[in-house]
Design a protein. Structure first.
Length: 235
């Protein structure tokens, strides 16, 4: 019997010794565990951050394999910076991943910050009879100062996994849109209240704002130079 356990929403990622594939108890997080006997497996968690109205992805490498129990352990790598990574998806990337799952196509992304670079890619995989097997997911994080200081993690999502990821991301996308609408309505209401309390207030004439939007601190763009899939058992 699979041992489902709750993952604390206050930790970015906690993986216990278990053969559980999916954590379904935490409504703000969905996790996938993919250990294998070659000890090349990985685990991945997608979580919704309500405060930032954003989706985070956390990944960790498999630490060991128990052949007698036929399960893998991840918890020993929780404090190992060379065996785990964490990054934030833009809301546009969330939408692109949903589209990638539904259309079974490739999608890759790039995030640059002052200290590091994160590249990720979804690529379709096929069975020997050419039927769709799922999407592989590869992520590489490397230092901008030292390109040899990097970590790459790879795992595969089967059809069932992809349905759960799609539905989870759809909920996150809806929450983000609802938050945006709420914030805009509050701003409009605040301006309206300020105007009605100030007798000398005059409604300004409508203007057309042609200024470019401010760039975000995090560089994010599509790229074809994401991590290689390799030949590991990822499914």
């Amino acid at each position: 019997m699979e041992d489902f356990h709750e993952v604390s929403r206050y930790e970015s990622l906690i993986f216990l010794t278990t053969n559980t594939k999916t954590d379904i108890l935490n409504k703000d997080m969905i996790s996938f565990y993919k250990p294998n006997k070659k000890n090349s497996g990985a685990a991945c968690s997608l979580s919704w951050n309500a405060k930032e109205s954003a989706v985070y992805i956390s990944m960790i490498k498999q630490y060991s394999w128990n052949d007698a129990k036929r399960n893998g352990s991840f918890k020993e790598n929780f404090n190992n910076p060379n065996a785990k990574l964490n990054f934030k998806l833009s809301i546009a990337e969330v939408a692109e991943i949903i589209n990638t799952i539904e259309r079974r196509t490739e999608f890759s992304g790039y995030h640059g910050s002052p200290n590091q670079i994160v590249k990720f890619a979804f690529k379709p995989g096929f069975n020997p009879d050419k039927t769709f097997r799922g999407l592989s997911f590869s992520v590489t994080k490397e230092s901008k100062e030292d390109s040899t200081d990097k970590i790459s993690i790879l795992l595969g999502f089967n059809n069932g996994d992809l349905i759960m990821i799609r539905e989870f991301l759809k909920v996150c996308l809806t929450k983000h849109c609802e938050n945006s609408i709420k914030e805009n309505l509050e701003k409009i209401q605040s301006k309206s209240n300020n105007g009605s309390s100030n007798k000398s207030y005059k409604k300004p004439a409508p203007t057309l704002d042609l200024d470019e939007p401010e760039a975000e601190n995090d560089e994010s763009e599509s790229t074809d130079n994401a991590a290689d899939n390799g030949e590991e058992e990822i499914w």
